[in-house]
Design a protein around this ligand. Structure first.
Ligand code: MIC
Ligand code: SF4
Length: 754
């Protein structure tokens, strides 16, 4: 049975009218992404065309999804919005707060004890506001959404950057911070800059060792971690149609790693098959009735250069398996070049652990193909030389793969099955010995591989690959092993080769699950009273941020000038800190502790202008706050890349940082800063980054004239008394400016609801 079928019906019912309105205005063939955007304007049918990469536009997404680690802040904010119910179907998924240590059953039980207070809070709030609740162990948000909620041509937002996974079912699904989710849940328009469009034409067909993952690993290599910023990536061509729906999900999922707003595919047979297999024939019937609107106009795919801002072509037939890493998901190395690269760069050859699963790659197809290799290993007298772990994406997948014998197969090569949760992908991995910080290599089928991400060890080099390649490398124990050409020695001393993997797109006997782990909310939750213990270490009700006082900001000191890559993991680390995601003051003790200080190349070691001493970033900032001294944070390119976590914006706001000034921002983080009433600025001249010195005092000169499209000037006074001014750009529109003035977007919502 499909959830929210009435909502899906009404979305499809309005498609013909909405597309006709858009067509009469644009007068040109449209890409799928444009059709979905036009069909979801919050104003109704289109009355004007929009400039790609220029206009901010208001949308009305169909649904919202939140995961436990971000839902806490999203719901704490929603509770202040003064609404009785969420205005659109919304779900909460408990997946990030489960630590992988021993194995699924024990780890899940431990998580329920350790984070019981948070899970209960999320369940109660969900019940009160009409939100569907997926309990711990039910699965990872994106896999559960794909299996239950995604539908072709729909638009959703989710408080997780990999919400984009739902593009595998032809949605425009976008990762956002909690404050954005509050807009949609409060029934208000949700704003996004009309994206540019990148077309990726896939020709040929995958074969042998190559998997859908390799498509996105290749694209990441081409576009880099910021190449997709502000863009929707639309995949098309015969090759696209030949991919499974879940394979499409994998490709869209990792679109987050190139900074893309989202990625999507046109409605096709693979989606029909997947919808049917997951009990949603009804959605197929509805989608079929409007199918011409659920893919681009044929002219667009026939002449992509005319309609997309950029076109990439990839031939699946000749595409090689890739390994991306270490430390960044866009460092792409084809498997045939790995030996050379590893030697050149001194990457440890010995693979210590191979990890498959996660929200990116845990479909039935992925697991069955990986299992085919494990099966071969057994029959050919091989054992996995590396440790090997599996994190299934959902209880439905886990139950079905267990029924079909794959877990037994994996057990034969000594695998460990973790809970259906994020686990090692988000630092929730109690990896024995990680604290020794030894240099080592792991390979995984997740999406991110930033420093410290999986096990907290800065010297762990993580390489991202398809589950098939991860399995082969775990069997060989060698990063430079190329299964296409290399032989292995088995227990009898014979040379053997692994045959290419094989598997099933969908289970022949259908999916099965006993308890999917879902709890529907009560009809009327208005009488539910949510209590938060004022002494709780895990949860804290929010105090509204102060509005802007209308004055210039004077006497700012530099808190930190971050050097090179500064992701949201550097700004607000995950792993053990996930436990404070519902407590703004406590989590602020991790603020920027991973960022590298430009002036001494150390992390969490900055100069205090009060004492002249060096110390940790959070303590230094707390001292500035206590003295009422405003501060500023400076950053490099693509600052805030990675996660949607708005804590990376709320912490500096709460701690008294006033401006974040960088060379460029990642999309979600820039929006999060704006939503929380922070000033997010970029250097008009990137080289001005070099003008900011450790002991500077900084003042705004013309903040009082803050207006859209008008740069802001900063005066820098160096310690020798020399003054310089620099020009800073910003992308605030009138609406966003109002958030700044009110202190936050939430303060605005509260005002409007009064
Ligand atoms: C991630 O993959 O980095 C996360 C953890 O899922 C985050 C969300 C979070 O930080 O809670 C994301 O991708 O948005
Ligand atoms: Fe969870 Fe990792 Fe997916 Fe983020 S990327 S949702 S942490 S499995």
């Amino acid at each position: 049975m499909a959830f929210d079928i009435d909502m899906i019906k009404s979305v499809y019912a309005r498609y013909p009218e909405r597309i006709a309105a858009a067509r009469s205005i644009t007068n040109r063939p449209m890409a799928l992404a444009e059709k979905i955007l036009f069909a979801h304007l919050s104003q109704g049918p289109a009355t004007q065309d929009y400039e790609r990469g220029g206009d901010y536009v208001d949308f009305g997404p169909d649904r919202v999804a939140c995961q436990d680690a971000t839902a806490q802040m999203a719901l704490l904010q929603f509770m202040q919005a003064g609404k009785q119910q969420s205005a659109v179907p919304t779900t909460v998924h408990c997946d990030h707060l489960i630590q992988a240590r021993i194995g699924a059953t024990t780890d899940l039980a431990n998580a329920k004890t350790a984070s019981g207070e948070v899970f209960n809070f999320l369940e109660e709030v969900s019940n009160k506001y009409g939100i569907g609740f997926w309990k711990p162990g039910a699965g990872i948000i994106h896999q559960v959404v794909l299996e239950n909620y995604a539908f072709p041509g729909g638009m959703m937002i989710g408080t997780d950057s990999h919400t984009v996974n739902a593009g595998g079912l032809g949605m425009v699904a976008i990762g956002v911070g909690g404050a954005d989710a509050v807009d949609v849940m409060a029934g208000m328009p949700w704003e996004l800059k009309w994206p540019k469009l990148i077309g990726v034409k896939l020709t040929g067909q995958l074969n042998g060792w190559t998997a859908p993952k390799d498509v996105i690993l290749k694209v990441a290599g081409i576009l880099t971690v910021k190449g997709g910023t502000g863009c929707i990536v639309e995949y098309f061509g015969k090759g696209a149609q030949s991919l499974s729906c879940t394979g499409k999900g994998t490709i869209c999922n990792m679109g987050a790693e190139i900074g893309a707003t989202t990625s999507t595919f046109g409605y096709d047979e693979s989606m029909r098959r997947y919808l049917k297999a997951t009990g949603r024939q009804q959605v197929v019937d509805l989608a079929d009735a409007v199918k011409e609107h659920l893919t681009a106009d044929p002219e667009v795919y026939a002449n992509p250069e005319k309609f997309f801002d950029e076109v990439i072509e990839i031939d699946l037939t000749t595409l090689e398996p890739h390994l991306n890493g270490p430390f960044t998901p866009d460092r792409a190395t084809p498997v045939s070049k790995m030996k050379e690269e590893a030697e050149k760069n001194g990457w440890p050859q010995n693979v210590q652990v191979g990890l498959i699963g996660s929200c990116t790659n845990s479909s039935y197809e992925d697991i069955s193909r990986a299992a085919s290799l494990a099966e071969q290993a057994v029959s050919k007298g091989l054992r996995a030389k590396s440790e090997f772990t599996i994190t299934p994406g959902s209880e439905q997948v886990r139950f079905t793969i267990e029924r079909d014998g794959f877990i037994d197969t994996f057990n034969k090569i000594g695998a460990k099955v973790f809970a259906n949760a994020c686990g090692p992908c988000i630092g929730q991995w109690a990896r024995p010995g990680a604290d020794k910080e030894e240099k080592n290599t792991i390979v995984h089928s997740f999406n991110r591989n930033f420093s410290k991400r999986a096990d907290g060890n800065p010297n762990t080099m993580a390489f991202v690959a398809s589950p098939e390649l991860v399995t082969a490398l775990a069997i060989s124990g060698d990063l430079t092993f190329n299964p296409l050409t290399d032989k292995l020695i088995n227990v009898d001393g014979q040379e053997v080769m692994l045959d290419p993997p094989s598997g099933w797109e969908l289970p022949e006997k259908g999916f099965e699950v006993k308890d999917p782990g879902y709890t529907a909310p009560v009809e009327d939750g208005s009488s539910i009273d949510i209590q938060v213990d004022p002494d709780s270490k895990r949860l804290q009700l929010l105090t509204p941020f102060q509005p802007w006082n209308g004055n210039e900001i004077s006497g700012m000191r530099l808190l930190i000038k971050a050097k090179c890559k500064c992701t949201t993991d550097h700004i607000s680390m995950a792993g053990p800190w996930l436990r404070y995601r519902g407590h703004l003051d406590n989590i602020s003790d991790n603020m920027l502790i991973g960022a590298v200080n430009f002036f001494n190349d150390s992390t969490n070691f900055v100069k205090s202008q009060i004492t002249g001493e060096y110390g940790p970033v959070p303590a230094t900032q707390r001292a500035y706050k206590a003295e009422g001294i405003p501060t500023l944070v400076v950053g490099d390119e693509n600052y805030g890349e990675g996660s949607s976590r708005e804590h990376a914006a709320m912490e500096p706001r709460h701690m008294g940082v006033r401006i974040v000034l960088v060379k460029s921002f990642a999309r979600i983080h820039e929006t999060n800063l704006k939503k929380q009433g922070m000033l997010a600025l970029t250097f008009a001249q990137k080289d001005d980054y070099n003008k900011i010195l450790e002991d500077d005092t900084i003042d705004t000169v013309d903040l009082k004239e803050f207006a859209p499209n008008k740069p802001i000037t900063l005066k820098i006074t160096h310690v020798d008394g020399i003054e310089e001014t620099i020009t800073c750009n910003h992308s605030y529109n009138a609406n966003q400016l109002a958030w700044f003035k009110a202190g936050s977007a939430l303060n605005m919502i509260k005002k409007l609801n009064k």
